[in-house]
Write a protein that binds this ligand. Structure first.
Ligand code: PLP
Ligand code: ZN
Length: 431
């Protein structure tokens, strides 16, 4: 397997451009249909818009066609709404990240059916957000926008700033001012505007919605607003890759971290599409959602059997997941309930333990969101909600170096010595 981002011939380059299967946008609430426009809310009912596909074109896609594509997300372009001509893409070419067999963690948890970690820390800006931003930036270019902007809990900011730098367009990234230093620095280094806002993500998101209405930002693609329908489709590639990397098979169980809930819904959508296209067999799957106790609105709705999600004020160390008013919460609940899954929530100490467990047993260093997912996996196994005899895939959506802060007080050198054998002896390392 080639490392993501490495030079690799794009075999679709110069070859035939596959047809775009997207035929418009559809309201997930009332079913109203629109053209391929830059809007995220339905003009009829304000419901969320999503890409509507020509089902016959999607069903015509084959394994062979995908396998002949480049070693990144664009191998699935025949199932995506933008970027069919490689010349139109604005991208760091993310994707085809490792699917790591986690046998030692499986043994510790008593999982006998097989455990895999989909490690999206291997993407170019070290989180799964490169998948969505590559689609959003490509849509922004095709719509002719002059600049690109977002409200972010950190990883989106990193990826938008990097894509803007690559494309040579100005970007405006808005983040809560109390983000981890690693995420602030990684957003700032690309030399674009980085606006730290004294407020939480939901405050930042409200601010950028107001900003989008001003004359100065009329020419701006807001990644999670006007181009959100295109952005969100990028998450499907995580589902496609898992199936392909398992040898065109869908795992029985998957654990997905939730912020807005979008990624979880798109993994499910990706698998339904692969089944509809006859690319994989419908063996059934259960989707499990993971949240932190500091920001658990979807978990609370699940526990209470609610269809709507009651907003919360987020706290806690899993800052990339700290969206108190999750836009896709109801749709995530739908997917979890329809597939017979469940939701877990874990506190900060368990999150740190989850990060350490994954690192110690698999050599994968996850950010706090990955700690949430691994700790929730443990919880769901303990509660008997995950079947240990069936295969499980857990998603690591971000890199541990981005969120060192909660680890600094708990891990460090095990010994501290002078450069002499005498000192090593005194430290008990040799007799
Ligand atoms: C954004 C993010 C998520 C969740 O994304 P949603 O699609 O909003 O649920 C998960 N993990 C990490 C590290 C993220 O940055
Ligand atoms: Zn509608």
């Amino acid at each position: 397997m080639t490392a993501p981002g490495s030079a690799q011939a794009d075999v679709t380059e110069g070859g035939p451009v596959p047809p775009n299967p997207a035929r418009g946008l559809v309201c997930r609430n009332c079913g109203a249909t629109f053209g391929l426009i830059a809007e995220h809310a339905c003009a009829e009912c304000f419901g969320p818009l999503e890409v509507d596909y020509d089902k016959d074109l999607m069903r015509a896609v084959t394994r062979q066609q995908i396998e002949a594509g480049p070693h990144n997300i664009w191998r699935y372009v025949a199932l995506l709404p933008v970027g069919h001509d490689p010349a139109d893409r604005v991208t760091l070419d993310p994707g085809m990240t490792p699917l790591v067999k986690a046998d030692r963690l499986a043994a510790e948890l008593g999982l006998t059916g097989g455990l895999w970690v989909k490690d999206d820390s291997a993407n170019p800006t070290h989180s799964f957000k490169d998948r969505v931003v590559s689609l959003a930036a490509t849509a922004a270019k095709n719509f002719g926008y002059a600049k690109i902007a977002c409200a972010s809990t950190g990883n989106l900011a990193n990826s938008v700033a990097a894509h803007a730098a690559r494309m040579g367009l100005p970007s405006f990234v808005f983040v809560p001012s109390d983000l981890e230093p690693g995420k602030i620095t990684q957003s700032a280094v690309y030399g674009q505007a980085l606006v730290a806002v004294d407020g939480n993500y939901d405050d930042v998101n409200r601010l950028t919605s107001e900003l989008a209405e001003t004359d100065e930002f009329e020419d701006t693609a807001f990644v999670n607003q006007n181009v959100r329908p295109y952005y969100a489709e990028g998450s499907k590639t995580m589902g496609y890759e898992i199936a392909e990397q398992l040898g065109w098979r869908i795992p029985a169980q998957v654990v997905v971290p939730m912020a807005s809930g979008s990624l979880l819904t798109k993994v499910d959508k990706a698998w339904r599409e692969l089944v509809a296209a006859g690319i994989v067999e419908d063996t059934g799957w259960k989707i499990f959602g993971a949240q932190s106790a500091g920001c658990d609105p979807i978990a609370t709705a699940f526990d209470n059997g609610w269809d709507v999600v009651k907003p919360v004020k987020p706290t806690g160390i899993a800052k990339s997941l700290n969206i108190g008013n999750p836009a896709d919460g109801p749709y995530a609940l739908d997917a979890i309930r329809r597939t017979g899954g469940s939701v877990g929530r874990v506190g900060d100490d368990e999150i740190v333990q989850g990060i350490r467990d994954l690192a110690r047993t698999t050599g994968v260093f996850a950010e706090t969101a990955g700690g949430v997912t691994v700790a929730v996996l443990r919880q769901l196994v303990d509660k008997g909600l995950i079947d240990p005899a069936q295969e499980v895939v857990v998603l690591n959506t971000g890199e541990g170096l981005k969120t060192l802060d909660p680890l600094l007080p708990v891990v460090g050198p095990t010994h501290h010595v002078q450069p002499s054998l005498k000192s090593l002896r005194e430290a008990g390392l040799i007799a």
